[in-house]
Design a protein around this ligand. Structure first.
Ligand code: THU
Length: 129
């Protein structure tokens, strides 16, 4: 579903289409894609589009996993595309909020990285609570 979601990206500036699929504990899967803007910083990555939508539609349902795929120059990327720092911070907050590890699947054509928890991708993170 992350691979399919790249088709819904709005990426006229980077031509780098990213799709994310969020699996919830109730079995629901929510997808998102990157949404760019001519005022560049106003755009949002696929991961946060999907996660914020999932958390706003299902505020009481833990997130089990997020899968990410990217498509550019007419094909899916050979290598997995790791989430940016801001997305890592948001995934961490989701993991902490539900006290439930968020599994991360980063899908490239050559390989898929399967990360058991965001703690692996954001060590020594800022945590206020
Ligand atoms: N992007 C994502 O959506 N997720 C990532 O993990 C990396 C980058 C987006 C942001 C921007 O729209 C485009 O990819 C190029 O950086």
């Amino acid at each position: 579903m992350a691979k399919k979601a790249v088709n819904r990206a709005y990426a006229p500036y980077s031509h780098f289409q990213v799709g994310a699929a969020v699996l919830l504990a109730n079995g629901e899967i929510v997808v998102g894609s990157n949404q760019e803007n001519v005022a560049y910083p106003s755009g949002l990555c696929a991961e946060r589009t999907a996660l914020f939508y999932a958390n706003s539609q299902f505020p009481d349902t833990p997130v089990e996993a997020i899968a990410v795929a990217a498509y550019t120059n007419g094909d899916y990327t050979d290598d997995p595309v790791p989430p940016c720092g801001s997305c890592r911070q948001v995934i961490l907050e989701t993991q902490n909020r539900y006290a439930h590890p968020v599994k991360i699947l980063l899908c490239g054509k050559n390989e898929i990285y399967c990360v058991p928890s965001i703690a692996e991708l954001l060590p020594l993170s800022f945590q206020h609570l």
